[in-house]
Design a protein around this ligand. Structure first.
Ligand SMILES: Nc1ncnc2c1ncn2[C@@H]1O[C@H](COP(=O)(O)OP(=O)(O)OP(=O)(O)O)[C@@H](O)[C@H]1O
Ligand SMILES: [Mg+2]
Length: 367
């Protein structure tokens, strides 16, 4: 398969101010998102946040009620009209793989290319090539009912990719698989993408899936995109409480800043610890990941040149999860418990007095 003659970082797909209302329900609200050719972007968010609706507008099954969707500079969808799905040169993969039970693996994969009027030899060559890539060549003559879930999913992927779509759209493609297969398939999708560099949008509510597969993640909530960024940026620099809490676990600490002090329920911090000190005034929320909090049985000794935020508390709950301890620690004299992940060797009983120490560079100010 030849990549299309586009410069690698040309904008392939552009959504500008896209909205979709169903009567009184605003399913998608003012979404702006651009994908470069070859980029893999996930739409990540909870059930009902508008992911599928966004994907279906991109595919052309639903018309936006606001904004535009353009591919390679040409507007495909706007409130005044949409190009039909079959003219868009996109492939979509659904949660239910929708492969045909009465066709073999090879026939399923060949179906879309045959429709394009290619000769038999070319079809055969394309099908064999893609079956090699998804590692199904040895099963080419099998019927779907005799395949595992992961194998069926790979048939669906092969069928979507063999037609060389300009954009590949995937809607929760792994949600029918069991947990371990899902984990394996995430890497498989990433591998296929690294090989083909197909411009792809991947819808999921599973943060790990989004992080493994994607160059960038667009986190959606209530129809809006709250933040777009690399997995690293989204995790380490969430802009909002929602993003901080949806991507991994976190402690959201609600405080009140006044002068050089920010007070929480039972503890406080010197605001000058934080690079964002200048932003703090009045009510503020800080996000601290459980694994960014160290635990010790005594007050930590000061280290020259390194300022830490130290909070004294009592262990109120703990669970052993093998790879780490999951602690709940209540700061003294308050009612704002913190969740702390500690390595297996950091072993404190319930009731133990502990000191939590937090590297201020690991604390994020969220809105
Ligand atoms: N045809 C429709 N008519 C009315 N409301 C709709 C229609 N399609 C979707 N909605 C509503 O729009 C919102 C977004 O739906 P959408 O299917 O895009 O969510 P989603 O993020 O894909 O969720 P999930 O993770 O559950 O698949 C929901 O509140 C849904 O009920
Ligand atoms: Mg959906």
């Amino acid at each position: 398969m030849m990549p299309e003659p586009t410069t690698p970082d040309a904008i392939r797909l552009a959504l500008h101010g896209v909205g979709c209302r169903f009567g009184k329900v605003t399913a998608v609200d003012d979404v702006t998102l651009e994908l470069r050719a070859g980029e893999f972007v996930s739409l990540l968010g909870p059930s009902g946040c508008g992911k599928t609706t966004t994907l279906r507008m991109i595919a052309g099954f639903i018309h936006p009620t606001a904004g535009t969707i353009a591919m390679d500079g040409e507007v495909l969808s706007s409130p005044s009209g949409s190009q039909p799905p079959q003219r868009r040169n996109m492939s979509m993969i659904f949660q239910s793989y929708a492969i045909w039970p009465h066709m073999t693996v090879a026939q399923n994969v060949a179906f879309g290319v045959k429709l394009r009027g290619l000769n038999a030899a070319t079809v055969k060559q394309k099908v064999e090539r893609i079956l090699d890539i998804v590692r199904l060549r040895h099963l080419a003559e099998r019927y779907p009912a005799t395949l595992s879930g992961g194998q069926q999913q790979r048939v669906a992927l092969a069928r979507a990719m063999v037609v060389e779509p300009r954009v590949l759209l995937l809607d929760e493609p792994l949600s029918n698989l069991d947990a371990s297969l899902r984990e394996e398939m995430r890497f498989e999708i990433r591998r296929l993408h690294d090989e083909f560099r197909m411009t792809s949008i991947y819808v999921t509510h599973d943060q790990a899936e989004a992080m493994v597969t994607s160059h960038r993640i667009a986190v959606m909530n209530h129809g809006r995109v709250e933040q777009v960024g690399t997995p690293y940026a989204i995790y380490n620099n969430p802009k909002t409480r929602f993003v901080a809490g949806f991507i991994g676990r976190t402690n959201l600490l609600e405080g009140k800043a006044q002068g050089r002090v920010i007070r929480f329920d039972g503890f406080a911090a010197d605001t000058t610890l934080f690079a964002f000190a200048a932003e703090l005034d009045g009510d503020a929320t800080l996000s601290v990941r459980p694994q960014s909090i160290g635990l010790a049985g005594a007050a930590p000794a000061p280290v020259a040149g390194r300022r830490m935020w130290s909070i004294e508390g009592t262990v109120t709950q703990r669970a052993y999860l093998g790879e780490f301890w999951d602690y709940i620690v209540a700061p003294l004299g308050g009612n704002m418990p913190l969740r702390v992940s500690a390595p297996p060797a950091v072993d404190f009983d319930v009731g133990a007095r502990v000191w939590m120490s937090i590297d201020p560079t690991q604390v994020v100010h969220v809105t």
